[in-house]
Design a protein around this ligand. Sequence first.
Ligand SMILES: [Cu+2]
Length: 254
Amino acid sequence: MIEWINKIFGMHDVASLHGHSGDHMLGVLHWFMLILFIGWSIFLGYVIWRFRRKKSPHANYYGVTSKFPTHIEIGVVIVDGFLLFGFAFPLWAMRTDPGYRPTGDDVVNLRAVGEQYRWNFHYAGQDRAVGLTSYELYSGANPIGLIAEDPNAADDFLSINELVVPVGRPVVVQVTSKDVIHGLAILPMFSQQDALPGAEIPMWFVPDKEGEWNIVCAQLCGAGHAQMVSHVKAVSGEKFDKWLAGQTPLLPKK
Ligand SMILES: [Cu+2]
């Protein structure tokens, strides 16, 4: 049902594990809003009819004397508190708490470095350890400032505007920027994070569907903002390993 509604309204695909629960939650919230809208509309109609001029020509200065509205208000506060502390906070913690971040052998580690106007995807390479970088080393040949002396940097490679990820394996992206604030919005993966210069902020997801989608910049970052389009390509684990093995390290071998 939700997928059908998404299609009608032109909503994006969902292609990550946690994306389905996010989509489900949005679905429930919208049905809930529809119920509230109908309820309030009926109430409005009733009030207009009940207090029509013919029926009550004089204003009543005492207002409501029943305790019922107070009880309803307390009920609403309890339900809201339950939604907030029972669902929203735990869900948020699962997405952002470092304790929940995947660390196993199958994790794909990379950095996403925003710049005017493109995304540099800095992959850790075969050793799965991302090499150190420094802004002092930014250059045309080394746009992410990789430090050659760091042993972890030897096999790191760069994929410009193309994020390739394997289906079924966790992908941890450290999001940052070289110049202004950008926003890495990978909508099918239900993941979005602002890229701030000087800060590395992690986000993670597990792709669960093969396909190719656009990545957009979610912050108005300058005159070329609209051209800052990248792609995410979710492929099978096998294809991903082949792709990874075929990449050339950014720094020449010493
Ligand atoms: Cu941008």
